[in-house]
Design a protein around this ligand. Structure first.
Ligand code: SF4
Length: 614
């Protein structure tokens, strides 16, 4: 069993917050779970399975929302992270969504022995959870906060030692891709609508004030070594020197930068949206707690191209690559001031810019084709800004668009085939900004991702189209690469660490050893694989199988203007070949269900409910 070293906090508690009756209680986490899953992603799946019934309404009081934290947070640089875990209202799958900043460190310092906060039920009126430095926690009246955006909410509380995670109007209105945003609304648990679940529970914010944690010499020594590594190593060079704003140049070159609602793989002129284009507005960098990488950009433009309509809203944390790709390139809004303005609006209102960008580009295409009665053209930043506000407040057409592209296609265009095919999603989660026709392994990564189409579960484009180790247009070797990426990230997310910091199995083992855990590299590889199987089992419980592991129809059509990927399509035949190999290597049935032998081999049979394995 994980056992903390003398003087260091042993993580074994769970804080149960019943929003219906207003009680807050501490419980012990079952050691069977801690032994096998440790914390974070995998433990979150096991707890969510226990806390909810199959088929639970994601936006009903019986869904649970978990805030998970890991053992490295508050000790190791680059691990100021927490995870929001719940059943997603956008996909109906398990979702774990991670956010950085300083809030996670304050939370760990306030609750050093806690693995999770479990929010259950729904409050009759708006509340926030206040956690003090001594670990005491209480629900407080949030009526005056309701309606505030994420930044305004944070500013009611935040100081050096006090940070918040809050929802904005989009979360309050249960927009299915609403975020939970921390640190003055600059860091986001972005994907899958965790903010909508928080809104459905009338929970506006979590406010944490950090206390002191032990800081023995051995920990200080290891922290110094890793701070030096993060600040100097080749692994993190890209993050220190440009971060994700470097990526538009990379994806443009290989034809993977989505444009014109996923019909093209390059923008007309990359110099409109690359890092050099943002340079005139670059006013500084920002960092999560105690991370020397400081990968975040702060961008401000004195004037926007939006006729001065939103004069105060041209400062944004970022925009990061995904926002540039989905709110910019894919909507044909290739003006950096317009992208910055849209990014800031999304952050303040509390919406995921990947899903929101897809919603905007889908609406533009539908308007262009006369399938939706709304006046918006590709490239129109002003109209897009108005629509963002309408979506967050569910006004007019914004009400249907707040449901995401798959549901909007059904409601606004009555399920017409062109409307359905223009909604580019897997399991309801809209694709991020890497087109699988330029890297076919990304198609497999999206199809098999536990929370719907996601580039953070595996990023195999890094070793094919961008890395040259495999043929991006073939099928060879992709299943193995996707599995390796998923398992390594599942371990990192089980530790609730940042995936930009170069923490590999060896480095994590080194930290866990110092923190008192007896786990070697092989154990950690197993823990990652266990976590991936646990999230799959949650989805199996909810009725997902092979028929849901799909590639969007548009990705099966030839791509235009895509450089080396020009004219490529990911065919059914190619995809099915990769998927079959993936299931075989995973030890899952060809229906996509983990075999009972696989679960026994992973020592998960004591956790998995009867009847879930194949
Ligand atoms: S690399 Fe960037 S996102 Fe990750 S912890 Fe450091 S500053 Fe935060």
């Amino acid at each position: 069993m994980p056992q903390a070293r003398d003087g260091l906090p042993e993580m074994r508690h769970l804080l149960r917050v019943n929003l219906t009756d207003g009680t807050v209680e501490t419980e012990a986490v079952d050691s069977t779970y801690r032994d096998r899953l440790v914390s974070g992603k995998g433990l979150g799946a096991a707890l969510l399975m226990d806390e909810t019934e199959p088929g639970v309404d994601p936006l009903g009081p019986d869904n649970a929302l978990l805030f998970m934290q890991g053992p490295l947070t508050g000790f190791a640089p680059g691990t100021s992270r927490y995870a929001a875990v719940t059943k997603s209202p956008l996909t109906g799958t398990y979702v774990d969504s991670y956010s950085g900043g300083h809030f996670p460190t304050m939370l760990r310092h306030a609750l050093p022995t806690y693995l999770a906060i479990v929010f259950e039920g729904a409050a009759p009126d708006p509340v926030y959870l206040e956690i003090d430095a001594d670990g005491s926690a209480s629900l407080e009246d949030a009526s005056d906060l309701w309606g505030m955006d994420t930044t305004e909410t944070a500013c009611q509380f935040e100081g050096k030692q006090t940070k918040t995670a809050a929802i904005g109007p989009a979360g309050e209105n249960q927009v299915r891709f609403a975020t939970i945003s921390s640190d003055e609304g600059t860091h986001h648990a972005g994907r899958g609508g965790t903010g909508a679940v928080m809104g459905s529970k009338n929970l506006k914010a979590v406010v944490a004030t950090g206390g002191d944690v032990p800081n023995p010499p051995a920990i200080r020594q290891l922290r110094a070594e890793h701070t030096k590594r993060l600040g100097q190593s080749d692994d993190t060079d890209w993050a220190r020197n440009g971060g994700t704003q470097l990526v538009p140049d990379w994806t443009q070159e290989v034809g993977a930068l989505p444009s014109h609602n996923w019909t093209r793989g390059q923008v007309a002129d990359i110099e409109d949206v690359n890092i050099d284009a943002f340079e005139p507005g670059h006013v500084g960098t920002d960092s999560c707690s105690a991370c020397p990488i400081a990968c975040g950009h702060v961008t401000a433009f004195a004037e926007t191209d939006l006729d001065g309509a939103f004069p105060e809203a041209s400062v944004a944390w970022g925009p990061e690559y995904e926002t540039i790709g989905m709110m910019g390139a894919n909507t044909d809004i290739t003006d950096v001031t317009g992208i910055t303005e849209l990014a800031d609006a999304a952050d303040r209102l509390g919406m995921d810019t990947i899903s929101l960008g897809n919603v905007l580009s889908w609406t533009m295409e539908m308007a262009d084709r006369g399938l939706v009665d709304y006046d918006i053209d590709f490239g129109d930043a002003r109209a897009a800004r108005d629509l963002v506000e309408m979506i967050a407040h569910r006004e007019g057409i914004g009400d249907a668009l707040a449901e995401g592209t798959a549901r909007a296609a059904a409601e606004l265009a009555e399920g017409a085939t062109p409307a359905r095919e223009a909604a580019v999603e897997v399991k309801g989660l809209e694709l991020p900004a890497y087109d699988p026709r330029a890297s076919q392994s990304m198609g497999l990564a999206y199809a098999t991702s536990d929370r719907g189409a996601c580039h953070q579960r595996a990023w195999p484009i890094g070793t094919d189209a961008l890395g040259g180790e495999r043929d991006p247009f073939g099928t060879e070797g992709h299943a193995e690469a996707v599995i390796a990426g998923q398992d390594e990230n599942a371990l990192l997310y089980s530790m609730v660490a940042c995936d930009f910091t170069g923490y590999n199995y060896e480095y994590v083992a080194e930290w866990l050893d110092e923190l008192g855990y007896d786990l070697d590299v092989e154990d950690l590889q197993t823990i990652g694989e266990r976590a991936w199987n646990m999230t799959r089992l949650f989805n199996v419980r909810e009725g997902f199988d092979r028929s849901d592991d799909t590639v969007p129809a548009r990705i099966q059509q030839p791509i235009e203007r895509a450089g080396p990927a020009e004219g490529n399509a990911l065919t059914d035949e190619e995809f099915e070949a990769m998927l079959e190999e993936y299931y075989r290597r995973r030890g899952w049935s060809q229906e996509g269900i983990p075999e009972t032998e696989t679960l026994a081999g992973l020592d998960l049979d004591a956790i998995v409910p009867d009847g879930l394995g194949a």
